[in-house]
Write a new protein. Structure first.
Lengths: 126, 285
């Protein structure tokens, strides 16, 4: 079980993903954009952050850059539906800025859960 | 000599000279007519070419607009499809496997899969048609990339950015250019073992914009320099680098019709120079 912060602006995707993560016995907090996530991180210390990239107000890219500075131990998973600009470019950039894994939507949720387990286990070992 | 006899002697000459002059006139007229027609044809061709160009441009713009539109729709549609398939999978997990509901939910997932393939096709189209190249001011692009990076870089690494007073504009893709700066600076930070100075210089050397990046790291040997752009080539510890950083940089610079070169000495740091074609400055070289 891991403590996860889920940042996603699309309400349907946010609710669905939160359910998927909870069913896999993870503890989930949600934020609908980068600003909300920053506020939440002032009081909460999740082990893993799953964040969308294209979001209003603060984008996922800016959020990743900030989180890597303030919480260097937090594992980050970037997800993007892409299309507006080159989605692969965004995901590559998010990995260069410190995201451990990135997924292009629609995501295979089993693969996402496996990535979360792997990251959580490697954190436990360290 | 009488007038008659002198006329008799010079008549053939007068006729000959007259004939030659007349022929010249005819040739000149024919030549002028030909030139006139050629000019007329070339004007017509130029006009036709202009019209074709305008047509192609309009067609290109239309395709680009369709691409952008398709890309935007695809992005939102991916979210919708993702939500549908996610909820359906969960509902299916809660349903007995031998029930009709389980089978029907399976059909919903099949539908989602078809939708996913369709979106992938639309996105391929949108990416092929829409190159996302636009005029980019390099100074502000580098500044914003540095803004993204600074929080992730150790305090013991200083980054100096020196730019010409006049900004340098190229045709490019902002995200890809961010990627170039981020990858190169990450490499430099690793080469310096987290301590040292990175100097970025931006200048206009028509017809190019020049980005120079020097670090005070451990430099590279000849073998590393020869192989550094190869995908998956890395000198970093296992798990620390993918070996794709510089090959991505190289691919992006090439896509922008630019050049990248390196100067490095072991123990003395490395300088990368990137030349990108300035927008609106023809390259005759």
């Amino acid at each position: 079980m891991a403590k996860i912060l889920l940042v996603e602006d699309d309400e349907l995707v946010r609710d669905m993903l939160a359910q998927v993560l909870k069913r896999a016995k993870h503890e989930v907090q949600t934020a609908s954009n980068g600003d909300e996530a920053t506020e939440l991180l002032k009081t909460s210390k999740p082990e893993i952050m799953v964040t969308d990239i294209i979001m209003p107000q603060k984008s996922g890219i800016t959020l990743i850059s900030e989180v890597k500075n303030k919480h260097p131990d937090m594992e980050i998973i970037a997800i993007s539906g892409g299309g507006r600009l080159d989605p692969t470019g965004y995901l590559d950039l998010s990995e260069s800025l410190g995201a451990s894994v990135s997924f292009e939507k629609p995501i295979d949720n089993q693969a996402l859960l496996m990535a979360i387990d792997l990251l959580a286990h490697s954190k436990e070992k360290n | 000599m009488s007038l008659v006899s002198s006329l008799e002697t010079s008549a053939p000459w007068i006729i000959l000279i007259g004939g030659v002059l007349f022929s010249f006139q005819i040739i000149l007229l024919l030549w002028l007519k030909k030139k006139f027609r050629e000019r007329e044809m070339s004007l017509l061709r130029a006009e036709e070419g202009k019209q074709n160009l305008e047509k192609a441009l309009l067609q290109g713009q239309k395709l680009q607009a369709i691409g952008t539109l398709a890309g935007g729709i695809a992005h939102d549609f991916n979210n919708v499809l993702y939500a549908i398939s996610g909820y359906t999978e969960m509902a299916r997990e809660d349903t007995p496997k031998d029930s009709m509901t389980y089978q029907n939910l399976g059909k919903v997932l099949e539908g989602c899969q078809r939708g996913k393939e369709l979106i992938a096709r639309i996105l391929t189209f949108s990416r092929r048609q829409h190159h996302d190249f636009e005029p980019i001011a390099l100074k502000s692009t580098i500044e914003s990339a540095l803004g993204l990076l600074r929080p992730t870089i150790p305090a013991s690494v200083t980054i100096d950015f020196i730019a010409d007073a006049n900004d340098c504009v190229i045709l490019g893709n902002q995200t890809q250019l961010h990627q170039v700066i981020v990858n190169m600076i990450n490499n430099a930070v690793d080469a310096m073992d987290g301590e040292g100075k990175i100097t970025l210089k931006l200048s206009a050397t028509p017809p190019f914009c020049k980005i120079e990046m020097s670090d005070t790291g451990h430099g590279m040997d000849q073998t590393t320099m020869e192989r550094m752009y190869e995908p998956f080539f890395t000198t970093k510890e296992v798990g620390k680098g993918t070996g794709l950083g510089l090959s991505t940089v190289h691919a992006i610079v090439s896509e922008h019709k630019g050049e990248i070169s390196v100067n490095s000495q072991l123990g003395r740091g490395t300088t990368f120079t990137i030349l990108l074609p300035q927008e609106g400055v023809p390259n005759n070289g």
